[in-house]
Design a protein around this ligand. Structure first.
Ligand code: NDP
Length: 478
């Protein structure tokens, strides 16, 4: 045990006595994970997001539906008095029972696959990690078990989709595009229902009360979540299901529906649409191939389950991550060969940086540093931390490979991929570039959040790491 580090990882907190005065100080384990106290800035951001995020999604989708994807035109019309907020709202398609039926069947089908079809792929695909897997240690010191069957669910869903499009003809492959805004209302209903349920569940019947966090602020609790890994029964895990299934499996289906719509409207599919479909499908397939690895990412390891993940997975992800394909239905851009090649290269290089960085950390952590990174034994900083149960645990922070280039080079690769998706849409409109702006904000914020958490988790050792690797995303810049 590294005594100096253990002391560092232990934060001193003043304990109020019965008379309200500080009675002294006692050692407590460092409190890592999301915030325990909410400052005014965070609270304003939370309230702002709760109030405006659904309208941001509506605005982008409505701008495509009503204004050919121009994001300035609605504002211009409002300014000139040619439209009001109410007329814009009234023009957009509303909730329909057809969309409700489609959505209910979709979610029920994903639920069935998730709960009732255990993974068999890991038995015959070499190198694929599926079936029952352990998650990371929670702040309370628990290790949850997960059934990893996302790749199988993705394949079954897509095989059925393609079989329907070519042979079965139960529904049109443009069904998603054709019901896009009515489906958005259904996704909102599910997103709010699941977030509210998770919020109430944390008070009434939490899965593990020691992993709950209450800040005393109801808005923050609702948005950022109280329970760490809410579950129903032994296997229904809210985070794994909502992020992966209505969220990420839908992503590639939505893109396929856009492609089918282009074919229907123009009689051909543009190379830009193919590029967006292929690059985003690589990203989605990568996620499912590495679903066991996903158990070790911030979403599962550190974020609590609230509106941010619940509503975000149901609405924000499927609607805003797919803006490029939606744009290309309205603007069927055919790229020059040079432009298409540049986009493809950027996307593939970004994917390589993203995957290799993630893979290096995974390999390093799995082998406890006994591996080869860029042809040599990795260098690292030894560190330790305490969980809330007081247990002392050891860990290592690698300073070799991409983790020695920058502290979050995986985010840099991710952003290169985002730029490629956007650039596939040409330079005619701003709307498809929203994704890049959003991902930059998300990942920079995530970087800062993660570093704050790692700082309080590892104390002085984290400082040693940031001294050894001074940049976050781009060496010499940030
Ligand atoms: P990381 O995979 O980068 O994980 C960060 C954690 O890794 C830290 O909290 C720390 O955890 C550990 N760590 C940090 N530095 C080191 C090091 N030098 N050596 C070993 N371990 C280290 O973060 P995310 O979970 O955010 O991201 C995973 C991937 O998902 C990224 O590639 C990201 O781009 C992608 N992503 C995509 C999103 C999207 O919407 N498309 C959204 C969010 C992420 P510990 O406490 O274990 O030490």
């Amino acid at each position: 045990m590294n005594g100096a580090v253990a002391t560092e990882a232990t934060r001193r907190r003043a304990q109020p006595g019965a008379n309200g005065k500080t009675s002294g100080q006692r050692e407590e384990p460092a409190q890592w994970g999301r915030a325990w106290e909410v400052d005014w800035f965070s609270l304003s951001a939370v309230i702002g997001l709760l109030c405006f995020a659904p309208f941001i999604v509506f605005y982008f989708v409505m701008a495509c539906d009503q204004y050919q994807c121009s994001i300035s035109q609605p504002v211009v019309e409002l300014y000139r008095g040619e439209a009001t907020l109410l007329t814009i709202w009234a023009r957009a398609p509303s909730f329909t029972w057809t969309a409700a039926k489609i959505y209910a069947i979709w979610v029920a089908f994903q639920l069935f696959l998730y709960m009732c079809v255990p993974d068999v792929m890991h038995k015959f695909i070499p190198g694929f990690v599926g079936g029952v897997q352990d998650g990371a240690r929670t702040p309370a010191g628990l290790i949850n078990k997960y059934e990893i069957n996302g790749l199988q669910c993705w394949l079954i869903t897509h095989v059925l989709w393609i079989a329907n499009a070519h042979y079965l003809h139960w529904f049109s492959p443009t069904i998603i595009f054709d019901n896009w805004i009515p489906l958005m209302w259904c996704a909102n209903i599910l997103g709010y229902a699941v977030s509210t349920f998770a919020f109430l569940k944390a008070y009434l019947f939490p899965t593990n009360s020691e992993d709950c966090k209450f800040t005393g602020n109801v808005f923050y609790n609702y948005m950022m979540g109280i329970e760490f890994n809410p579950r129903i029964g032994k296997w229904f895990d809210f985070k794994l299901f909502f992020n992966g299934r209505p969220g990420i499996i839908a992503w590639t289906l939505i893109n396929l529906s856009y492609m089918a719509k282009q074919q229907e409207l123009y009689g051909h599919v543009t190379n830009s649409m193919i590029l967006v479909n292929v690059l985003q499908a690589i990203y989605v397939l990568d996620f499912f191939w590495n679903e066991a690895w996903y158990l070790k990412t911030i979403d599962i390891c550190h974020d609590h389950f609230g509106w941010y993940l619940g509503w975000g997975d149901c609405v924000w992800l499927p609607y805003l991550y797919t803006l490029q394909g939606l744009y290309l239905v309205y603007h069927p851009v055919q790229l020059s060969d040079a432009h298409a090649l540049a986009v493809l290269l950027l996307g593939l290089v970004g994917y390589y940086a993203f995957r290799s960085t993630n893979h290096q950390k995974d390999l390093f952590r799995r082998t406890d540093g006994n591996c080869s990174i860029w042809g040599g034994k990795p260098a690292y900083i030894e560190c330790s931390y305490r969980s809330a149960d007081g247990g002392l645990h050891r860990s290592k922070l690698m300073t070799s490979g991409f983790w020695g280039v920058a502290r979050h080079f995986n985010y840099t690769g991710d952003l290169m991929g985002c730029l490629a998706y956007c650039a596939a849409c040409g330079f005619g409109h701003l709307l498809p570039y929203f994704y890049l702006v959003y991902m930059t904000i998300l990942l920079v914020h995530r970087c800062v959040r993660d570093e704050h958490r790692c700082g309080s988790k590892y104390g002085k050792d984290w400082k040693r790491y940031t001294d050894a690797v001074p940049y976050r995303l781009i060496p010499g810049v940030f």
